[in-house]
Design a protein around this ligand. Structure first.
Ligand code: SF4
Length: 103
């Protein structure tokens, strides 16, 4: 009987952990976006603004607009970051304090 209870407990814990990981992964939110010129410089091509003009503006080098709710534009931000020819668009997820995108 004790073995059955222990096995049940382990299965329950395993399910809880998987559920927690999946839920966390699904609820990851972009909390910061910035121009990251540590490796390359913004070429001022304007591609990011074309993809997400609610978030980016390119008067000269790209600037992230103020008071933007990034959660409303996550798809566009990711698309702009992926499409940036020099990978200078950085974003942070869930307040990690670091650049979380590689491209
Ligand atoms: S897509 Fe990249 S290089 Fe082009 S303006 Fe935006 S940040 Fe600069």
């Amino acid at each position: 009987m004790q073995r059955k209870e222990a096995a049940f407990y382990l299965v329950q814990r395993f399910y809880f952990c998987i559920h927690h990981v999946v839920q966390r992964k699904c609820s990851m939110a972009i909390t910061k976006v910035w121009l990251d010129e540590t490796e390359n410089e913004c070429t001022m091509c304007g591609a990011c603004e074309a993809v997400a003009d609610s978030v980016f503006s390119v008067p000269e080098k790209m600037v992230v607009k103020k008071n933007v709710d990034f959660s409303k534009f996550e798809t566009e931000i990711k698309e702009a970051a992926e499409g940036c020819p020099v990978a200078t668009i950085a974003f942070e997820v869930d307040g990690s304090g670091k650049r979380d995108n590689k491209y």
